[in-house]
Design a protein around this ligand. Structure first.
Ligand SMILES: Nc1nc2c(ncn2[C@@H]2O[C@H](COP(=O)(O)OP(=O)(O)OP(=O)(O)O)[C@@H](O)[C@H]2O)c(=O)[nH]1
Length: 365
């Protein structure tokens, strides 16, 4: 066996280990396995290239795949890829952008290189994912999802990219897809009892259990607590017009916005379909309404980018209810928020409605 063949065998071993991990997933994640098999096919394609100059590329790629079987954060995986790029593409400068929400364009470089140097501050390149003739970009994709971009430019202005560099860029993008998909996969495996697989938000059961607990705490310490039910408006029509994939991306974009807009101690959950639940401990109703309306305004700026098209922004309807004003049990609080949400829907959507006090049920009177 030549050195290159043994490296390729090791690459395939790493991919086999990768697939073992995939097998632990439930049916919902079967699409990921198909994607990984696709990537294995890609790597076999590279194996068919007998050009000896490829040996160096294979060696770095082998090191990369080997480390994918370890638990890597997204940032670590991107750093590793950038280190490979710095070594394999010494006459270039470039960066890896990771998208958090499945919404293009990814605009935060999380790893970068300049020549053979790995940059500790990826933003030192002042990269922006804007149209730029000198930049060569490839999308990072896996599971049919857009995960980010790898971008590079020749160091000498005006130089065209060599065929070998283009090939290496392609390999890096595929490896990045594998690395990022692996990260998502591990995250889902670790959190699957409490997280929604599509969005990574908490699931409804977890949010309701937390609401129960937080409500007891609020009662004990005489603190306020608010819940917000959020529903994307006319989501069925969006799905029908732009496709299920676009709908899924919108749900992911929405969840990303929620995670960035609320405190770590707040609970953001996907309650069902296109419905989200926020539990805001210690938030008085007025604060909750203010934050809900901020979210509504921010959502107006979010647009899914799919197959080269910027899809239209969406709106949400929201219902807000608070302890102690509206109810003092979690069921009643949820019912009050739900009734407020229906009010918001009936008024035409894109609005936030406040609950009315829930009448005491006979057994409470
Ligand atoms: N893409 C995608 N669609 C989903 C998902 N879960 C639920 N849906 C769709 O969401 C749509 C919800 O439709 P409706 O309940 O009528 O809500 P709506 O169209 O937003 O109408 P209003 O709430 O009255 O504005 C249905 O077509 C579901 O198939 C999902 O995970 N991904």
């Amino acid at each position: 066996m030549t050195t290159d063949q043994s490296k390729l065998e090791a690459i395939n071993q790493a991919l086999r280990a990768q697939r073992q991990l995939v097998r632990q997933l439930d049916d919902q994640q079967a699409s990921l396995e198909r994607q990984l098999q696709g990537l294995t096919g890609d790597s076999a394609g590279w194996a068919a290239d007998t050009d000896p100059a490829l040996g160096h590329v294979l060696e770095a790629f082998h090191a990369l795949l080997g480390s994918l079987t370890e638990s890597l954060s997204q940032g670590d995986a991107a750093q590793l890829l950038a280190r490979c790029a710095a070594e394999l593409l010494p006459d270039t400068t470039g960066a890896i952008f990771v998208d958090q929400a499945g919404v293009e364009p990814a605009n935060r470089a999380i790893a970068a290189w300049r020549g053979a140097e790995l940059l500790t501050d990826p933003n030192a390149l002042h990269y922006e994912c804007t149209e730029d003739q000198a930049a060569h970009r490839l999308n990072i994709e896996a599971q049919g999802l857009y995960l980010g971009v790898v971008e590079l430019r020749p160091l000498s202005p005006g130089r065209a990219l060599r065929a070998r560099e283009q090939q290496t860029l392609q390999m890096l993008a595929s490896a990045a897809g594998l690395a990022l998909a692996t990260h998502t996969l591990r995250y889902r495996l670790r959190h699957r009892n409490v997280r929604d697989p599509l969005t990574g938000l908490f699931n409804r059961r977890y949010a309701e259990d937390t609401l129960e607990r937080e409500l007891h705490r609020a009662q004990r310490h005489q603190l306020p607590l608010s819940v917000v039910l959020i529903d994307l408006d006319r989501f069925e029509a969006y799905n029908q017009r732009h496709g299920q994939n676009a709908g899924d991306r919108m749900l992911q974009a929405m969840s990303d916005l929620l995670q960035h807009s609320f405190r770590g101690s707040d609970i953001c959950a996907r309650a069902a379909g296109q419905r989200f639940l926020l539990v805001l401990p210690e938030a008085a109703i007025r604060d909750a309404i203010e934050r809900a309306n901020d979210l509504r305004r921010e959502l107006a700026k979010v647009r899914v980018h799919l197959r080269g098209l910027h899809l239209p922004a969406m709106t949400v309807s929201m219902g807000v209810a608070g302890y102690p004003e509206h109810a003092d049990s979690s069921d009643d609080l949820m019912a009050a928020a739900d009734a407020a949400l229906q009010l918001a829907k009936h008024s035409g959507g894109n609005t936030c409605a406040l609950a009315e006090k829930v009448p005491l049920s006979p057994h409470n009177e």
